[in-house]
Design a protein around this ligand. Structure first.
Ligand code: PEP
Length: 254
């Protein structure tokens, strides 16, 4: 059974105290995670230890990083390596978020290297893909997303790709309040799965979790997550509000 995931992306928000208060408030609210479900908190690097202490022994709850270096170690001031993250027991890293692609010029080739270094260090990349508005308007989103997947993931072995989580995040829906309809999400997720299957086979494609991201909130999570190829969400804005994120966790497919 595929893993269903509610992943919070705090981005560059919250002070340490606010982050602590948010995790405490989420813990205090009733939420259930079945055996195949996970809640993940992608927090800023300096908050990783705090967040790990807060989620502590909770089953199926993990702390993630929002990025990592493509280099193993060395003179790269300001960078954080996967080895460092692994030494802190970080299990997931968000790779290729559209904000990193846009503001930090991360391209498919660099992201392939980041995926590699994550997998070499037994850390699961949550690999983000998704098209800008002009591509959606020209109805070429499938080709655009296929290129992102092909150029960053298709060099992997069958064994390695099985350890990747994919997040489809249409850029026009991120932080805009404009969500893809559940039909649009399902259509793209099914396409992503078929594209993965074309290279790695259906069995592997069927086992990969594909998350939707783009203005997910409590009001739309149940409908979006109920789509057959949607395995949860990567959530920005709504993950900063305890009631919202708890409702999103509880919206995961049963
Ligand atoms: C994101 O940060 O990945 C995201 C989808 O943000 P939002 O939920 O705010 O659109």
């Amino acid at each position: 059974m595929r893993k269903q995931i509610a992943a919070a992306n705090w981005k560059m928000n919250l002070t340490l105290k606010e982050g602590e208060a948010l995790l405490d408030a989420i813990s205090a609210k009733p939420h259930t995670l079945l055996a195949n479900q996970e809640a993940i908190f992608a927090v800023p690097f300096p908050y990783i230890s705090m967040a790990q202490a807060k989620v502590g022994a909770k089953t199926n709850v993990f702390v993630a990083a929002q990025n990592c270096s493509d280099k193993a170690s060395g003179a790269y001031t300001g960078e954080v390596s996967v080895t460092m993250l692994q030494s802190m027991c970080v299990k997931y890293v968000v790779i290729g978020h559209s904000e990193r692609r846009e503001y930090f010029n991360e391209n498919n080739e660099l992201l392939a290297q980041k995926v590699n270094i994550c997998l070499e260090n037994k850390t699961t990349p949550i690999f983000c893909c998704g098209e800008p508005l002009e591509i959606r308007e020209s109805a070429t989103q499938n080709e655009y997303v296929a290129k992102q997947l092909t150029e960053s993931l298709f060099h992997l072995s069958e064994e390695s790709i099985a350890h990747v989580v994919i997040a489809y995040e249409p850029i026009w829906a991120i932080g805009t309040g404009k969500t893809a309809s559940s039909e649009q999400a399902q259509e793209m997720h099914a396409f992503i799965r078929s594209h993965i299957a074309s290279k790695f086979g259906q069995t592997i494609a069927d086992a990969i979790s594909i998350l939707y991201g783009g203005s997910v909130k409590s009001a739309n999570a149940v409908e979006i997550f109920s789509q057959p190829d949607v395995d949860g969400g990567l959530v920005g804005g709504a993950s900063l509000i305890a009631d919202e994120f708890v409702a999103i966790i509880n919206a995961l497919k049963k």
